[in-house]
Design a protein around this ligand. Structure first.
Ligand code: 13P
Length: 254
């Protein structure tokens, strides 16, 4: 199939400079599969990006956790895609459910951000996922499709996009989606892409799973055919992140 496994560490709004240095040392000392087998991207808060980029091993990449929807200017408190490019930051996470929920980022706004970031040359991890209420009312796929459609309406080249399916009810709750639940949505999402974007994109795009992934549950999830990686929150700050990176090797024998 040829989709390279990708593991992202979303550090969210955590860390002091000492803590960040410790995490970077832990990552730098780790023995992990080669970057041809598993791609690793860590996403510290903005203020630590230059430090992490300069200290992190070269086979791991960095991502910002957000960027502004258009060119910079009089937008107090924002960070533009151009600034990330200027600093040599290759990736950005967009549409995380915490931003959708707490900062009212709409599907359209996220779609605009994805399109703008891609146009500036960034690679994008675009997050989608349903709330518990939406899952219980049976609208999981409709929600995920609508979120993805807002991106599809604005993007024609998907080669620098990775999707992250992160069910909101699984984020930070310790309640991981079962491998079957994750596989089902990833499969449906790929089918949606096939029908609405194209077979080539559907086949080649990587879909990460995110939500309470840890060292203990990662292997079983990674073995599912449409799970192409993980976006990890809490566990990305801990040594078990290395085990999560290593779980990507299951694909080699698949
Ligand atoms: P947790 O792994 O802490 O559940 O967070 C997942 C997440 O939101 C990654 O973006």
């Amino acid at each position: 199939m040829g989709r390279k496994f990708i593991v992202g560490g979303n550090w969210k709004c955590n860390g002091t400079s000492d803590e960040v240095k410790k995490i970077v040392s832990m990552l730098n000392e780790a023995e992990v599969p080669s970057q041809d087998v598993v791609e690793v991207v860590v996403s510290p808060p903005f203020v630590f990006l230059p430090m992490v980029k300069s200290q992190l091993r070269p086979d791991f990449q960095v991502a910002a956790q957000n960027c502004w929807v258009k060119k910079g200017g009089a937008f107090t408190g924002e960070v533009s895609a151009e600034m990330l490019v200027n600093l040599g930051i290759p990736w950005v996470i967009l549409g995380h459910s915490e931003r959708r929920a707490l900062l009212n980022e709409s599907n359209e706004f996220v779609g605009d951000k994805v399109a703008y970031a891609l146009a500036q040359g960034l690679k994008v991890i675009a997050c989608v996922g349903e709330t518990l209420e939406q899952r219980e009312s049976g609208s999981t796929m409709a929600v995920v499709a609508e979120q993805t459609k807002a991106i599809a309406d604005r993007v024609s080249d998907w080669s620098n996009v990775v999707l992250a399916y992160e069910p909101v009810w699984a984020i930070g709750t310790g309640k991981v989606a079962s491998p079957a639940q994750a596989q089902e949505v990833h499969f449906e999402l790929r089918k949606w892409l096939q029908q609405n974007v194209g077979a080539e994109v559907a086949d080649s795009i990587r879909i990460m799973y995110g939500g309470s992934v840890n060292g203990a549950n990662c292997k079983e999830l990674a073995a599912k055919p449409d799970v192409d990686g993980f976006l990890v929150g809490g566990a990305s700050l801990k040594p078990e992140f290395i085990d999560i990176i290593k779980s990507g090797t299951v694909k080699k024998t698949a």
